[in-house]
Design a protein around this ligand. Structure first.
Ligand SMILES: [Mn+2]
Length: 268
């Protein structure tokens, strides 16, 4: 079986309880993680080690917290006081765990399903996503990921144009695929709001609510937005169910199309 799992954020105990519920078998089943596997929760190191140990039976796309961990590990930037991944930065197997994250993509496909951490801007078709996600992926796997990462921490540009430099394209792509919530139809990003979809800032909508979205016919699975409630949009699967905030961790079975949730064991 193939399962898609929303934001774990270091909630290792909830993850193990969820896997027990679905009778996960690491020789037979595959897990597709939607990113933000670390940070804010209490067991980032155990979580990342576990996912790494599953080898080809786990896939993951990078989330903004995974990315922030890489930035803190490979650039002069320091973790902030809410970050709970110091266990990873201090671990003896840090370099293999960081290499694992550096080789994770921002976007993957499995059969008809697309996986991404936060979402896909409405103006982008599949080719656009693949092309731009690949630009970032290559730079992360290049000779100097630290130098690349140090240039990626900025909210600009908010709009994608073909004339942008490679660096600007990468920055837009990282912000879009890992952080998008509200945007305009043309893909203009906005980072100040994280409430439910009816709390949209003027002129903006949740990325998946734009009527002319290029990827309307594809199933898109994403996490990142734990305050989303009651999303009922065709082909849209919002899987961050707020485990680290005391709510649930959810797995979606791609074969029989069923959801299984585990109540958070970290904060209840
Ligand atoms: Mn996130």
């Amino acid at each position: 079986m193939d399962y898609v799992i929303g934001d774990v954020q270091g909630c290792f105990d909830s993850l193990q309880a969820l896997l027990k519920k679905i009778n996960f078998n690491e020789d037979r089943d595959r897990l597709h993680f939607l990113g933000d596997v670390v940070n804010r929760g209490n067991k980032s190191l155990e979580t990342l080690r576990f996912i790494y140990s599953l080898k080809d039976n786990a896939n993951m796309v990078l989330g903004n917290h995974d990315f922030h961990l890489l930035v803190c590990a490979l650039t002069p930037k320091k973790p902030n006081r809410k970050d709970t991944f110091l266990d990873i930065l201090n671990s003896t197997d840090k370099s293999s765990l960081l290499d694992y994250l550096l080789t994770r993509p921002l976007f993957t496909e499995y059969k008809d399903a697309l996986f991404v951490h936060a979402g896909i801007p409405p103006q982008w078709n599949e080719f656009d996503v693949i092309e731009n996600a690949e630009l970032v992926h290559q730079s992360l796997r290049g000779n100097n990921p630290g130098e690349f990462l140090s240039k990626m921490y900025k909210n600009e540009p908010v709009l994608f144009k073909n004339e942008l430099t490679k660096e600007e394209k990468c920055r837009y792509t990282i912000n879009a695929l890992m952080r998008i919530r509200f945007c305009k139809q043309n893909g203009e990003l906005e980072f100040n709001h994280k409430l439910n979809t009816n709390m949209n800032p003027t002129g903006f909508k949740a990325w998946f609510l734009h009527s002319n979205r290029a990827l309307k016919d594809k199933e898109i699975f994403f996490g990142h937005w734990s305050t989303l409630k009651g999303v009922d949009v065709n082909n849209i699967f919002a899987l961050d169910h707020g485990c680290v905030w005391g709510e649930r961790l959810t797995a979606y079975n791609l074969s029989n199309k069923t959801f299984t949730s585990q109540k958070s064991l970290e904060r209840s």
